[in-house]
Design a protein around this ligand. Sequence first.
Ligand SMILES: [Fe+2]
Length: 208
Amino acid sequence: MKRAPLQPLVVLPHTLSEITGPMFGHDKIGENDHDLTCQHAGEAIGERIIVSGRVLDSNGRPVPNALVEIWQANAAGRYRHIRDQHPAPLDPNFSGAGRTLTDEHGAYRFVTIKPGAYPWLNHHNAWRPAHIHFSIFGNAFITRLVTQMYFPGDPLFAYDPIYQSIPEERARQRLISKFDLETTRPQWAKGFKFDVVLRGPEATPFEN
Ligand SMILES: [Fe+2]
């Protein structure tokens, strides 16, 4: 079953308030919001990773001050959510949500735990490849884009109808982060690069 709306889309007229606000400011971002491994009293369990990249427009120009939010399952593949009750442990030290703003070079950086693959009930023996959900806001709610970042070499790609719902192979590849030795920190965490291109022929595929 591929994902698609069951009803025709409703076109909402844009008013001035949707186009111009609300705005996001630095004061809304907490000190540990970008580091999902230390948002609680103890350290999160799992493989620590650094996910970084840039938000770019169609001409490759950096997009500064974009609000980048992520959410994900924990190392065991379980979400801290009422609807996720499959038999995998929750981590009391991992909520699975983070947020940050891009800097003047359009760059963002998260420290987190590599999420586990998780089963979902879409079809028999359905497992999602490990992924991190991304939301990128421009200056207003109306400019929100949502996508998913994957990890290189996941054997579940071939079986995942969400990943496979993107028809073009090259576009699918853009959702796969790249292992990056430069952002990898010795004795501490592997680095993965994931650039988000908002528009144009090289645009990152979005869900909305
Ligand atoms: Fe997910």
